[in-house]
Ligand binder design. Structure first.
Ligand code: BGP
Length: 463
């Protein structure tokens, strides 16, 4: 097997999906809290989530038992600076210091995300958050605070999680789709987030030259349903738009041509100032995180709307007849991860980390106090085999943090959609005690980590 000795095997969570304590410990409100409230009649909100704020010591003990080498989590900006740009909340800083110390003490590397869908809501109220350039300064100040307070122990930083998803969901940025300026605000926020990420990277490189820092891009692999030129060209365009255009904007010192073209086509002209390209160039990342779950197929014939215009949502909903799917329409396609890693590495030549990859299903705690999640074990085994092959083929892959460590609040489907290696005993509308119960996949992954990826029980078909 291809994995090096220092390979960062681990698992991941994010603050709003894990911590709860949404108004406890001096924490300010965030766009994620607000967005969860909008959906609170259908599913659990972020007020308790899976109560990580009160269970973190137990969770670190479980990570240790797992043998994890890394734990990816996010800092809640509004927990350390409740208004986004005002006073520092020392209680919030102390919470993360305790968590980081506990991890480092048991030999687990913290992989820390600065922004995972949870912008301080006070910045939305003050000036519309990232549609305004002042949010860049606020983010840089927050990032600098994190580097100052935690940078002696944190050597892997992610600036922004899935900006490419955030800018397509207005509520994540603090806007609403019925605002006539929504599209313009999202585009401007997108542009400013590139600058904010770059400023954080430049700051970290100057303070901690030994650290790795970069963005995390959501990267679905997109195939054409048929070899018709419509399907092939649309799949190509969507793949660029979803993954490679954002990656180019982060890494090349200028906004990608694809993103500029998309804004032009929508009649939107974000304000760009002289000197911005220097900021982007000075803030080029020295590694990149990718969140990769599945492949998608594009079927243009099935997705043509009125007047022959492509409905992108419908195009993505096409099903690949060769694959299994989750209840929520996410495919099971481990071999496509090898393709994704090759595509990404050969374009950008940056060390890569798979920071999210996981299988979701509805689950209940069995009478024997556990969950027999055989499909998740298959998913992990076959994706790890695919990563192994990519490494053998030359990809510089430095880590894998399975999504998610414990069950968390799914960002779209609450507690009904579970990803964890550890079952959390709560339901959408019954918080119970949030007790932790390792699933079969936890013990499987423990063996896999202990053997540094060599303990795969069988090599999947076709590899
Ligand atoms: C990514 C997010 C995660 C997580 C995951 C699964 O986009 O970074 O926060 O939620 O997707 O998505 P969902 O919870 O909607 O199934």
């Amino acid at each position: 097997m291809a994995f090096t000795e220092g390979f960062l095997w681990g698992a991941a969570t994010s603050a709003f999906q894990y911590e709860g304590a949404a108004t406890e410990g001096g924490k300010g409100w965030s766009t994620a809290d607000e967005r969860c409230c909008l959906n609170a009649s259908n599913q659990a909100d972020a007020s308790v989530a899976v109560d990580g704020y009160h269970h973190w010591e137990e969770d670190v003990a479980l990570l240790k038992e797992l043998g994890a080498k890394a734990y990816r989590f996010s800092i809640s900006w509004a927990r350390v600076i409740p208004t986004g740009d005002g006073e520092v909340n020392e209680e919030g800083v102390a919470f993360y210091n305790r968590l980081i110390d506990a991890l480092v003490n048991v030999g687990i590397a913290p992989v820390v995300t600065l922004l995972h869908f949870d912008i301080p809501f006070a910045l939305v109220e003050k000036y519309g958050a990232f549609a305004d350039r002042r949010a860049i300064d606020a983010f840089e100040r927050y990032a600098r605070l994190c580097f100052e307070r935690f940078g002696d122990r944190v050597k892997h930083w992610i600036t922004v999680n899935e900006q490419n998803v955030m800018v397509r969901i207005p509520e994540m940025l603090g806007y609403t789709a019925d605002d006539p300026d929504c599209a313009a605000k999202c585009a401007q926020a997108n542009y400013h987030l590139y600058l904010a990420s770059a400023r954080a990277v430049a700051c970290c490189k100057q303070m901690w030259p030994d650290a790795l820092i970069g963005p995390d891009v959501s990267y679905p692999t997109i195939f054409a349903m048929t070899c018709s030129p419509d399907d092939v060209n649309t799949a190509f365009d969507l793949q660029q738009m979803m993954a490679f255009d954002p990656m180019r904007s982060y890494t090349s010192g200028h906004i990608s041509l694809g993103e500029l073209r998309a804004w032009k086509a929508a009649g939107i002209t974000p304000t760009m100032l002289p000197g911005d390209e220097e900021i982007l160039a000075a803030g080029a990342p020295n590694f990149m995180a990718v969140n990769w779950y599945c492949s998608t197929v594009v079927d243009t014939a099935a997705a043509e709307g009125e007047g022959g215009v492509l409905n992108i949502g419908a195009a993505f909903r096409a099903r690949n007849p060769y694959l299994d799917y989750t209840e929520w329409g996410w495919s099971y396609d481990p071999r496509a991860l090898r393709i994704a890693l090759r595509e990404c590495y050969e374009r950008f030549h940056l060390p890569l980390m798979v920071c999210e990859n996981g299988w979701s299903q509805r689950e209940e705690l069995g009478a024997d106090g556990t969950v027999h999640d055989a499909k998740r074990i298959d998913y992990i085994r076959e994706h790890v085999a695919s990563m192994s092959q990519a490494i053998d083929e030359g990809v510089d892959l430095i880590g894998y943090t399975y999504w998610s460590f414990v069950d968390i609040l799914s960002s779209s489907d609450g507690m009904g959609k579970r990803y964890g290696l550890v079952y959390v005993d709560r339901e959408d509308f019954d918080e119970k005690e949030c007790a932790r119960h390792p699933k079969d996949s936890f013990w499987y992954y423990q063996k896999l980590i202990a053997s540094n990826g060599a303990g795969l029980e069988r090599v999947p078909r076709g590899l």
